[in-house]
Design a protein around this ligand. Structure first.
Ligand SMILES: [Cu+2]
Length: 315
């Protein structure tokens, strides 16, 4: 239906791209709850996030709160805008008139929408929490809340009162996470959640495109529909604040992963251009090797993956 041309899907499903997306989300979501030793593992591999996305748990309620004001909301918007930009480049190169660029949802599809129906709820064996969260995301009540959020984040008067970082953080842990869960569909099997980075190569098959897992969500065409919607909110925010030109990010640039001499190019672009023996293929191989080592060391240190797409209803 909305599937991208095969070279793009194959690049998304590349193991290096999967690891990169998973590590990026994991590092910033987990940071506040890691021990100094565990942080050291991320740091040693270049994955120390400059800003955490969630606080440490409240000592009384045990709840983690969203970091609205440290700028991690800008990282979220920037990193996914960069992903969209890379896919747009790929699509432009391929020149398929049916797929000129990433086209997000103008508005979130209603429960009656036939082009993007909400997949029915399903049971994930051994994972009641995710089963319940996904079941919840598919209800009418969840949709009503999504519409409220949507109206809020598309309202110029509201956007004038909000910093870009706050906008990003509110979108990420509210409507964005809920959309990932709402459009998640039943799969033959699921990569285990909350586990120790179980990244067996069996999950690298392009058929594993589950929206409720950062290792696979970006392989799913719906990811680009919902992230296109998210991305357009940056433009709305600019327009509401009468800004033109480049986005006034607070960081130069915000965080989208390890930087430095070995990390010039988005791993997605390398994945598209890689051929056996060419420079991109070499670069991709070296990036992959580094991330394999990172994951191995995280496992050794006993680091577990954060809860995926936890929805904060009250933001
Ligand atoms: Cu993401």
């Amino acid at each position: 239906m909305n599937a991208f041309p095969k070279p793009v899907t194959d690049a998304m499903a590349d193991r290096a791209v999967r690891l990169h997306h998973m590590l990026w989300h994991s590092a910033r979501d987990s940071w506040a709850v890691l021990t100094p030793g565990e942080r050291g593992v991320f740091r040693d591999h270049g994955w120390e996030p400059p800003r955490q996305s969630l606080s440490a748990p409240d000592p009384v309620t045990g709840r983690r709160s969203v970091e609205f004001d440290n700028g991690s909301g800008e990282d979220f918007l920037f990193m996914h805008r960069e992903m969209i930009g890379t896919v747009d480049e790929m699509l432009a190169d391929l020149g398929d008139p049916r797929h000129p660029r990433v086209e997000g949802w103008p508005t979130v599809p209603s429960p009656q929408d036939t082009e993007h129906p909400v997949p029915p709820p399903f049971d994930i064996p051994g994972d009641t929490a995710t089963t319940n969260a996904i079941g919840n995301a598919k209800t009418q009540a969840a949709f009503d809340r999504i519409r409220d959020w949507e109206a809020l984040f598309m309202n110029p008067a509201e956007l004038r009162q909000m910093t870009l970082r706050r906008l990003g953080a509110r979108i990420e842990f509210g409507i964005h996470n809920q959309l990932h869960l709402r459009w998640a569909a039943e799969m033959p099997s699921y990569r285990q959640g909350g586990a120790d980075f179980s990244v067996d190569p069996r999950w690298d098959d392009s058929a594993y495109d589950w929206l409720a897992d950062t290792y696979s969500a970006h392989v799913n065409p719906i990811f680009w529909k919902l992230h296109g919607w998210v991305d357009a909110r940056i433009d709305d925010w600019m327009a509401a604040n009468e800004l033109t030109g480049p986005v006034p990010w607070s960081f130069a640039p915000p965080w989208s992963g390890p930087t430095g001499e070995h990390h010039h190019h988005p791993v997605m672009r390398l994945a598209l251009r890689a051929q056996p023996g060419n420079a991109e293929g070499e670069a991709l191989r070296s990036r992959l090797d580094r991330m394999e080592t990172t994951v191995e060391d995280l496992k050794q240190a006993g680091v577990t993956e954060p809860v995926r797409f936890a929805v904060h209803e009250d933001i």
